[in-house]
Structures are given as C-alpha cells and as structure tokens.
Design a protein around this ligand. Sequence first.
Ligand code: NAP
Length: 513
Amino acid sequence: MIELKNHSQGRWRPVSGRPAVLADPVLGTGLAHAGAADIDMAACYAWARERGGPALRALRYPQRAELLDRIARTLQRHRDKYFEISLQNSGTVKNDSAVDVDGALYTLGHYARLGAGLPDAHHLPDGAPEALSRDGAFASQHVLVPSRGVALLINAFNFPAWGLWEKAAPALLSGVPIVVKPATATAWLTHEMVADVIEADILPPGALSIVCGRPEGLLDALEPLDTVSFTGSADTAAALRGHPRIARDGARLNAETDSVNSAILGPDAGEAAIGLLVRETVREMTVKSGQKCTAIRRILVPQAHYDAIGARIAEKLGRIAVGDPRDPGVRMGSLVSRTQRDAVEAGIRQLAQSCDVLFDGARRSAVQAPPDSACVAPVLFGTRDPDGHPDVHRTEVFGPVATLIPYRDAAHALDLARRGMGSLVASVYAEDPGFLAEAAARLAESHGRVHLVSPEVAESHTGHGNAMPQSSHGGPGRAGGGEELGGARALRLYHRLSAIQGWTGALARMAPA
Ligand code: NAP
C-alpha cells in the first residue's frame, strides 16, 4: 500500500497515528494509507508563513503566474498517471476523470494567463482614487495587498484534482503560501500532484505543504490573518464557522457547501429547449455518478410536460451502462466509497417516502460490478405535489439522483427553485430570450450562477454543472455563502483590502507602473 506522507516544514514526514485506508470503491482493495497525528500544525503553519510567504511576496504577479504555468506543464506530463489513480481510487470512467484532471489543468492555465496580464507589482489597486478634501489634495485609494497569513485548503472527496488547483492557483498567484488538506477518501490523487510539483522544485520552500488525514490542531494552530478555504458539507462548514480561531479570532473562512440545484424549462418551451433540458439532465445525473456539488437535483417543468419529460429522461437513463470503470462498455462508474454508497442509498430511501419512482436503474439493468462495489444506478424521482413535500427542496442526495417537479406558471417555478434556500446554480431552458433574461434576473439573488440554455448555444454552452474559472463559483445561504473563481475576483480571498488616505502625490507612487 502506498504511504501518503505529509509534507511539512519542507520535509516529507511519515504517516502517523492510526492510519486511514483509501480503497478502490469497486474492488474493495486497499490502495494507500494516510495519517498525520504527529504533524505539529503550529510549526507547519509557522514555516509556511515565515518562509513561503515572504518568498512568494517578493515576486510580482506575472512572476508568480510563470510559476503556475510551470506547475501546469509539470502536471500535464503526468496526466496519464492521474487518470489511472482516478480510476482506482475514485472509480471513475475516463470522461469523468477528465472533468477533474483536465478541469484542474484548464483552471491552472487560466490563472497563469490571467496573472501574466496583471500589473508587474506587489499589490493591486481597487478602483480609482477619490478626493476627500475640497482642494483635492487629500484622497483615498483602496488597495489589495497579499494576505500575510497562510491559506489552509480543505477539500471535498469528489474533486481531488480540480478542487485542489481551483483554490491553489489564485492563492499562489496572490502570493499566499498554502497548506493542503485533501478529503481522506480520495487523497491519493491530490497527494500525487503535490508530490510531483515538489519534486519539480518549482515553488519556493514553504509555499506548498500537504497534510493527509486529520491532524491534531488543524484549526487550533491558525492565526487571525490566516484564511481557510473549505469545500464540503454544510455540517462541517458549520463546525468550522464555530471554531474559536474563526468565530473569535477572525481567521477568514470561505465555505462552498451542499446545494439542491435546479434546471427549469421555460413555460412556453418548444421541442428544441425540451431536448436540451433532457440531454443536460441526463448528463448531470450521470457525470461523476452525480457527485458534483453543482449537479441538477431538481428538474422543474410545466405541468403539461411532466409525464412526457419523465419518460424521455427515463428512456435515456435506461441506456447508460453502470459498473466497473475498467469495463469499456461502462459509461457511469462508481461512487467514491462504500460509505458514500450507503449515504446515497439512505438518501434514495428518504426521497422514496415522498416521491414517485419514475426510473430506477437498479431494477432495469444489473450493475456490471462486484456485488459489494460502490456502484449505484441512477434514480429519477417525481412528485406531483412539490408544495407539499419540502424534502425534495432540501435533500441533496450526492449521487445519480434527481427529482422531476411540475410547476403551474413561471412565478411558481422560480419560487420552487428558491426553496433550495440558496444554490450554486440554476439552469434555464427556453427559446425566448425575454424569458431567459427575466428568469436570470429573478434567480440571481438566490443562485451563485445562472446558466441560460437556448438553441443558439446548444453546442457551445459549457454545461450546467461545470464551474468555469472565468465565472464565479459559490452560492448564498445553504450553498455556504462563499465565492471562488470568477477570474481575478478569486484573488480577493487571498488579499486584504485597505483604504490608503493621503496626499495624491504619495498615492500616485503606489500605483502600479
Ligand atoms: P465533508 O465530510 O464535509 O468533508 C469535507 C472536508 O472537510 C474533508 O477534507 C474532510 O476531511 C474535512 N473535515 C471534515 N470534518 C472536519 C473537521 N471537523 N475539521 C476539519 N476538517 C474536516 O464533505 P465531503 O463528504 O468530503 O463532500 C461532500 C459534500 O461536499 C457534499 O455535500 C457536496 O455538496 C459538497 N461539495 C460542495 C462543493 C462546492 O463547491 N460547493 C464542491 C464539492 C462538494 P476527511 O475527508 O478526513 O473527513
């Protein structure tokens, strides 16, 4: 079994404590073990703050962008290895591994290009100077300066590659050293990528550390100017929010959590929009076996279309072979672990209490995998009474599961979408640009992203569930209230905003050349 050593204070340190075993979710075989009980987190963070921080901040934005470019090129060389690890540890077919691995490379490349175009400076202006005195001599200029603390990146199990680099790229570009804490179940891929970057000696000492498992004092050892960027469940986010370093000392927390996302078919939608909704729903339910925080969980359609659309989605789901990703005939692989399988099956049982089963893959086609594998076939639920069943708007079953919901009119559809109490994304399918624009304006207050699909973009839209680095990723309320990506906006999390007030001549000296 592979030992996922921890990299702290510039050295690889052995697994310690009672190790957690990472397993192949299809075959059940042990792959690697992880544990960081003996890691001194205070020393780990201090090394990062005192060695990595100053070395990164001595560089300017385009120079740090060059480091990201070298990281991307290094990882690109090992791409095949990452696909093999994904297959073994995440149980994903090649197309689904690509969402994670190629998504990571694309995001890194994007931030490398973006950073190359940033000012050749050590800080960034935020807006223009504003006069504070009648004679205009005394003014205010907001500036963003890199945080002096460390960034602790805590990731969920479903994106061991993309989840790492979508956080690490903006943090490193900002000049902030990172300590990576991957989700244990799939930590191998994150660990391998970090090890490849350390081996390539791209970053200054202290800029990149990794701890696998659950080290003691992960949060206790943080300081007020540190940042935690977290992705995972709402329950864990709530525990982190209440931790004294965050609740009392003011360490910054960005949280991306669960979300009961929706896809909405416009009230006057024709065949073209219906076809697009059906295709996207099936894709979202099955890509990565539905283990995407952005996946479609609720499909809202006009009452008149409920039966026909349910039948069309069911027909397409019935053609998807589920099972061992090593089998070339299989299109949808496994969930990441047997624990997740049990959680998803419990969620299916819960929704079955209030919903009708419109499609149950387990009944139609035998799953092509060993009986105890973590493979779960897709399930489409439906409810004719969405107002009477609050469960469907609150329950995120983190697998290939969604619920079809009929609505009376557009106002009802938007109201139902909002019952997710804050979501990462809603997509809207219609031919009428007026309806698309109106729905977007109304959904924006409770959705971090609104994805509009019309026939004009049938082949070019980037997908309901794909978080693109150009667009903000996050959502209000239940979705965690965090913000990631969105181009240069992502850098704000790793900078501090300060208002500099003074003589305009002095302020002018601060402007990037
Ligand atoms: P999780 O159980 O909350 O774990 C997330 C991460 O937090 C893991 O690294 C976990 O470590 C760590 N963790 C758990 N308890 C902790 C504690 N007390 N202190 C410090 N770290 C702690 O979530 P998950 O099961 O991995 O991920 C699935 C959930 O993530 C789903 O609900 C999904 O919606 C959400 N998600 C959201 C997004 C988004 O961008 N909004 C993206 C992906 C997933 P261990 O692995 O060692 O337990």
